[in-house]
Design a protein around this ligand. Structure first.
Ligand code: SF4
Length: 821
C-alpha cells in the first residue's frame, strides 16, 4: 500500500519525471490489506481489494515485477537485484528477467524507495509451522485459512488485536467454533482502555466467539500430524484443529541490511524520508522515524506526501515530523474509533465518559489544556469525523464537551471543513486531502457526495467523512447534489423504487422483459432481472407473467443448490410440528434416493441434502409435502416454542399461532427472506425477539409483535410494532408489515435494515395509526398474495419447461456460481 501510494503521489506531482519500476514479492499488484478479512469471510473477492488494477501500471508506464522479491540494492553499480520467487509468477511481470536462464532481475536506478512493510510476528511457542497453523497477512493466507477451515470444526486465533479479531470473524463464516486467545489482560489493548476492551469482549462473545484474555500459548500439540490442542503457560489446554496467529508485526528490513543501510528496529529515516544513503528513501511499516514505528495507514499517507514532495523537487524542504495516531475501524461489525491517548496523564486532564453497556456503547474523551488529547468511540462513531479533524489539527475543543460526542444540539457544525487548510486530510481511510476534494468539486463537476467518492475515493472506506465532504459541497457550490443512481431499485432501470412501482402500476407492466422495453429503453440488464421479478410478483400476485430466465437456478427448480451441484430439499413442516406419518415418508425418501445427509435445521425443519436434480420431481411426489421455500427470497418458516400445550410457563398458544401464520403466509415473496417465530412467553425459547417478525405472548392474553430482528451475520433485537390481544390481530399486523416491506424494501434488504432505515416510529404511524390512510389497501394486497399461493412443487407433475430437471451435469458449476451472485 505504501509503495503504490507514493508512486501515485509522485505521478500527481510530476507525471513524466521518472521512469518507474516496481518490485513486489506477492504475485499481484498492490491491494488494500485493511480489507483482507472481507476476503477471508467471502464478502469481497481478492480482485475487489486491489488498489490499482494491473492495467494502471501499463497506463502509467510503470514496469511491474510482481512475484519478484527485491533482494539487494547494489549501491556501487546502482542496480536493484530482484529474484523471481516462482517461474510462473513472471507471468505477471511486464518484463522478462535480464537473464532468461535465471530468476534474477536487475534494474538500474537513480533513486530507490523501500516500502517493504512488515511481516507477522510469531511469539515463541512450540509446534508453530506445518499443517493447520497459519498467519493472517496476505491474500494467499486468506485462501489457505478458508480451505482448511471448511474441513475442520475448531479454530483458535492467537492475538486479540484488530487483525486477530478480523480473522476470527472471517473464520466464523466458515462454520468453525472460534476461540480468541489474547496474552494481555484485554482485547485491543493499543486502541482501547480496559473498560472499552471489556465491553468489546462481551459484544464479541455475544456473537458466538469465545475470548480468553491473559492466556499465553506455549505449545501446539499434535497427534499423527494433526493439531489436537493448545497448551498454555498456566497449565490449561484448549482443543482445536487449527491455529491462526495474529500477534503484531515486525518491519521487513533485510534488503536495507543487505545493502549496508542504517537499520535499527526499522530502516532509519530522516524527516525527508531519506535512509542513510541520500539516493535511497523509505516509507511505511518498515521505517523507523525519530525512534517510532508506525502500523497504521494515516502516517504512511503523510510520509508518502512528504517523500513525493522531496523526490520530485516540488517541495525539497518538505518534512515529516511524526504522526498523531488515530484510527477508525470496524471490528467484527462493531464500529470503533480511537485516537491519541486512552488514559489521562494526570489529574489536570479532563475525562468525559458516556457508557451504555446494554447497547455496547462507550464514548470517552480526554481533554488537555482545552485540546483533545485522546478519545475512544465504541459502538457509535458518528462523531469520529469531526473529532479526528479536531484532534489532528489541534483545534480548540468546544466549551460543551458533550457536543463532541453527540453533536451540537443546535445542529451548527462544530468544525467547518471549509476553514481547514488545503492539505488537511478529510478521508483518513484513503488519505484524501481537502484540496483533492475541492478540485473534484470545482474542476471535475462532482456535485454529490457519491460523485466525489467515485472521483477521489473519499468516503469509500468507513464513510464517516461523508458529512465533511457534504460540508465542502455546500460551501463551494451552495448545495449537496442528489445522485439518483444511488437510489435506483435495480441498476438497469433508472428509477427509485417508489417511481418504479408507480410506473409499473400505471402502465400495467406484468413481465420483466416489458419493464426493460418500456422503462429502460429496451436495454436488458441481467443483474436486474431477479429483483424485478420479485417486485412484479409482489405487485401482481395473480397476473404476473413468469419468465424463467429472470430466475436464479434455485427458483427455477425450487430447491437450494449446494457446492457440489446437488440440491437440498426442505419440505414444509408447519410451525415445526410433524407427525409419524410424515417422518416415515421422509425416511423412505432418504433411503430410496440414498440421501447422503439428513439434517435438522435451525428453523425446526428437516433438510435432505445431496439430491440430484433429476430426482427432484420424484422426491417431492413421494414426500407428499409442500415446498418449505428454503431456497428463495420469501416467507421461510415460523418456529414455535412449546407454548401452552405442554410448557408450564406458557401464557399463549404459540404452536397454533405459528401454524396459522405459516399456512397464511407460505410462499409470499419479499425483498429478502423472512424468518418468523412465536413464543408462548417472554422466556423466548423460539428466539422470536431476533426474527424478521416475531410474536411473543405476555400476561393478559396479549401478543407483542416484533419486527426487524436478526440473529445471523447481524444481530439485532426486533422493535415492538404493536401489542394485540388475539391471533387474528397478529395475522393482521404481520401481514400489513410484510406488504409494506414488500413494496418499500430495497431488493435484498433484510427487515432489520429496512426497519432501521425507515424508523420504528414512522412504521408505527403508518401501519398502526394509519397516518397515510393506506392500511386497508395493504391488507387487501397481502390477501391477494396469500390467495395466489401455489405450491411450486406441483411442477413435479407438470414441469414448467421441458429441461427443467434435466440440465447437463457440466452446467452445475455455472449454476452454483449463478446462485451465489
Ligand atoms: S417461551 Fe415460554 S412458553 Fe415457550 S417454551 Fe419457553 S418458557 Fe415455555
Amino acid at each position: 500500500m505504501a509503495g503504490a501510494r507514493v508512486v501515485e503521489e509522485i505521478l500527481k506531482r510530476a507525471p513524466d519525471q521518472f521512469e518507474i519500476t516496481m518490485f513486489g514479492a506477492e504475485p499481484y499488484g498492490n491491494y488494500n490489506r485493511i480489507l483482507l478479512s472481507n476476503v477471508l469471510n467471502g464478502s469481497q473477492s481478492a480482485t475487489d481489494i486491489f488498489m490499482n488494477p494491473l492495467s494502471w501500471y501499463r497506463e502509467n508506464n510503470i514496469r511491474l515485477h510482481a512475484g519478484v522479491r527485491a533482494m539487494l540494492i547494489d549501491r556501487e553499480r546502482k542496480v536493484v537485484v530482484g529474484s523471481a520467487l516462482k517461474r510462473d509468477a513472471l507471468a505477471y511481470s511486464v518484463d522478462a528477467p535480464t537473464d532468461p536462464s535465471s530468476n534474477v532481475i536487475e534494474e538500474p536506478y537513480d533513486n530507490v524507495i523501500i516500502a517493504t512493510g512488515s511481516r507477522p510476528f510469531v511469539p515463541p511457542m512450540e509446534g508453530f509451522g506445518g499443517a493447520g497453523t497459519f498467519l493472517f497477512r496476505t491474500i494467499d493466507d486468506c485462501s489457505r485459512i478458508a480451505d482448511y477451515a471448511r474441513n475442520n470444526r475448531k479454530a483458535a486465533v492467537i492475538g486479540g488485536g484488530l487483525l486477530g479479531l478480523e480473522a476470527a470473524r472471517g473464520l466464523l463464516t466458515h462454520g468453525v467454533e472460534v476461540t480468541v486467545l489474547e496474552a494481555g489482560p484485554q482485547l485491543m489493548g493499543v486502541q482501547l482502555d480496559p473498560e472499552a476492551g471489556d465491553m468489546l469482549r462481551k459484544t464479541i462473545e455475544g456473537m458466538g466467539i469465545k475470548v480468553l484474555c491473559g492466556t499465553i500459548t506455549t505449545k501446539i500439540a499434535r497427534a499423527d500430524g494433526q493439531i489436537t490442542h493448545l497448551e498454555f503457560k498456566d497449565g490449561s489446554t484448549l482443543e482445536t484443529d487449527m491455529v491462526v496467529v495474529s500477534t503484531g508485526i515486525r518491519p521487513i528490513t533485510e534488503i536495507a541490511t543487505a545493502s549496508g543501510l542504517n537499520v535499527n528496529r526499522g530502516i532509519v529515516c530522516d524527516d525527508q524520508m531519506h535512509t542513510s544513503d541520500s539516493d535511497i528513501y523509505s516509507l511505511g511499516e518498515c521505517v523507523e522515524h525519530r525512534g517510532q514505528l508506525y502500523g497504521l495507514v494515516d502516517p504512511i499517507w503523510e510520509q508518502a506526501n512528504v517523500l513525493a514532495d522531496v523526490i520530485t523537487g516540488v517541495k525539497p524542504d518538505a518534512a515529516y515530523f511524526g504522526s498523531k495516531l488515530g484510527t477508525k475501524l470496524k471490528v467484527m461489525g462493531v464500529e470503533l474509533a480511537s485516537m491519541g491517548e486512552t488514559k489521562p496523564a494526570g489529574s489536570d486532564d479532563e475525562v468525559v465518559v458516556y457508557r451504555e453497556p446494554s447497547k455496547g456503547l462507550y464514548k470517552k474523551l480526554i481533554v488537555r489544556g482545552g485540546h483533545i488529547a485522546g478519545a475512544i468511540l465504541l459502538g457509535d462513531i458518528e462523531a469520529a469525523g469531526t473529532l479526528m479533524q479536531m484532534f489532528f489539527t489541534g483545534a480548540k475543543a468546544p466549551a460543551r464537551r458533550a457536543d463532541l460526542l453527540f453533536g451540537s444540539p443546535t445542529g451548527v457544525a462544530l468544525l467547518k471543513a471549509s476553514d481547514l487548510p488545503d492539505n488537511a486530510q478529510i478521508c483518513n481511510c484513503n488519505g484524501i486531502s481537502k484540496a483533492t476534494i475541492v478540485d473534484a468539486i470545482q474542476n471535475k463537476s462532482c456535485l454529490s457526495v457519491s460523485k466525489v467518492g467515485a472521483c477521489t475515493k473519499a468516503g469509500l472506506g468507513c464513510g464517516s467523512c461523508k458529512s465533511l465532504v457534504a460540508q465542502l459541497l455546500e460551501h463551494y457550490v451552495g448545495e449537496v447534489g442528489y445522485d439518483p443512481t444511488e437510489h435506483y431499485y435495480v441498476p438497469g432501470v433508472p428509477l427509485e423504487k417508489s417511481q418504479l412501482v408507480k410506473e409499473i402500476r400505471n402502465r400495467g407492466i406484468k413481465s420483466v422483459s416489458e419493464v426493460f422495453a418500456q422503462l429502460a429503453g429496451g436495454q436488458e440488464d441481467p443483474s436486474s432481472k431477479v429483483g424485478l421479478a420479485s417486485l412484479l410478483k409482489t405487485l401482481w400476485p395473480e397476473e404476473y407473467e413468469d419468465e424463467r430466465d429472470a430466475r436464479f437456478i434455485n427458483d427455477r427448480v425450487h430447491a437450494n443448490i449446494q457446492k457440489d451441484g446437488t440440491f437440498s430439499v426442505v419440505p414444509r413442516i408447519y410451525a415445526g410440528v410433524t407427525s409419524a406419518d410424515e417422518l416415515m415418508r421422509i425416511a423412505q425418501v432418504a433411503v430410496k434416493y440414498k440421501v447422503p445427509m439428513v439434517k435438522l435445521t435451525g428453523g425446526q425443519r428437516i433438510d435432505l441434502l445431496g439430491i440430484k436434480k433429476h430426482d427432484l420431481p420424484n422426491v417431492w411426489r413421494e414426500l407428499g409435502m409442500p415446498s418449505g421455500h428454503a431456497y428463495t427470497k420469501a416467507f421461510r418458516t415460523c418456529k414455535s416454542c412449546v407454548g401452552t400445550d405442554f410448557c408450564r410457563y406458557g401464557v399463549g398458544d404459540s404452536i397454533e399461532l405459528a401454524q396459522k401464520i405459516e399456512r397464511r403466509f407460505q410462499g409470499v415473496e419479499s425483498p429478502h427472506k423472512m424468518k418468523l417465530a412465536t413464543a408462548g412467553c417472554p422466556r423466548n425459547c423460539s428466539e422470536a425477539y431476533v426474527k424478521d417478525l416475531g410474536a411473543v405472548a405476555i400476561e393478559g392474553g396479549k401478543w407483542e409483535i416484533y419486527i426487524g430482528g436478526a440473529a445471523g451475520g447481524s444481530v439485532r433485537k426486533g422493535d415492538i410494532l404493536v401489542t394485540v390481544d388475539s391471533h387474528d390481530g397478529v395475522l393482521l399486523y404481520m401481514g400489513r408489515f410484510m406488504q409494506y416491506y414488500r413494496e418499500h424494501g430495497k431488493y435484498l434488504e433484510r427487515t432489520y435494515g429496512f426497519v432501521e432505515r425507515v424508523g420504528i416510529e414512522t412504521l408505527r404511524q403508518i401501519l398502526v395509526e394509519d397516518s397515510l390512510g393506506i392500511c386497508a389497501r395493504l391488507d387487501a394486497d397481502i390477501q391477494k398474495a396469500v390467495d395466489a399461493y401455489i405450491d411450486p412443487w406441483d411442477e413435479a407433475e407438470v414441469p414448467a419447461y421441458p429441461a427443467q430437471f434435466s440440465g447437463p451435469e457440466l452446467s452445475y458449476a455455472l449454476e452454483v456460481a449463478e446462485s451465489n451472485g
